[in-house]
Design a protein around this ligand. Structure first.
Ligand code: HEC
Length: 183
């Protein structure tokens, strides 16, 4: 009887040891898998930040989109100002300002150029002057400041090795389905 109890206790303790060994192995395996998943996830994050090609492609896309928007607003702004429709001109000036502010806050770098700093120092001051001149409702002064801003756009294209993108005062509205003249 005593022997039987000893045997049972012995067998049970072996089973328990085996069970806890098995559990710890499974846990270890689970931990390993979790760790691998975490590493993968974090290295995936790092990749999108540190991989220069990916980062550049992303910013490149955003930059060219913003530039396209600015070109459109610049076109419309000219015809609004020419028609002395100051409310409409003010609207496009604000859109330009918002686009520039996005570029400034985006901390965008392209190649060696700090796009955000350049927009803030080269283009924003001209835009602010244009904003001020709209308040005077003076068509001639508007033209002067508008040309100043076109110049600022082109100067930055030069600085960023994109001098081949040259803006000018438009001759025809990009969209003919919008009315610029005051009703
Ligand atoms: C930071 C300096 C900088 C300023 C300021 C700037 N640009 Fe650009 N612009 C660039 C760069 C750099 C590119 C090329 C982007 C690229 O390679 O994707 C570009 C590209 C463009 C393009 C070509 C994209 C297209 O859709 O054809 C246009 C148009 C353009 N800019 C218009 C403007 C206008 C309008 C302004 C002024 C309101 C302006 N840019 C101000 C740097 C600037």
């Amino acid at each position: 009887m005593k022997n039987a109890i000893v045997t049972i206790v012995f067998v049970l303790s072996i089973a328990l040891a085996g069970y806890s060994y098995y559990m710890s192995r499974t846990q270890q395996k689970e931990m390993k898998e979790l760790r691998a998943m975490l590493t993968e996830a974090s290295s995936g994050d790092e990749e999108s930040e540190s991989d220069p090609h990916d980062g550049e492609a992303h910013e490149h896309h955003e930059l060219v989109e913003s530039m396209g928007h600015m070109q459109r607003y610049m076109n419309k702004l000219w015809f609004a100002g020419e028609a002395e429709h100051w409310e409409l001109a003010d609207f496009y000036t604000h859109e330009l300002e918002e686009t520039m502010e996005e570029l400034i806050e985006g901390e965008i770098k392209e190649d060696e150029h700090n796009i955000s700093v350049l927009v803030e120092t080269m283009a924003l001051p001209s835009l602010e002057r244009l904003e001020e001149v709209l308040k005077t409702k003076d068509g001639r002064a508007f033209e002067g400041e508008y040309l100043g801003l076109v110049n600022a756009c082109n100067s930055c294209h030069q600085v960023t090795e994109h001098a081949f993108i040259h803006l000018q005062k438009p001759t025809t509205p990009a969209f003919t389905n919008q009315v610029y003249k005051l009703p």
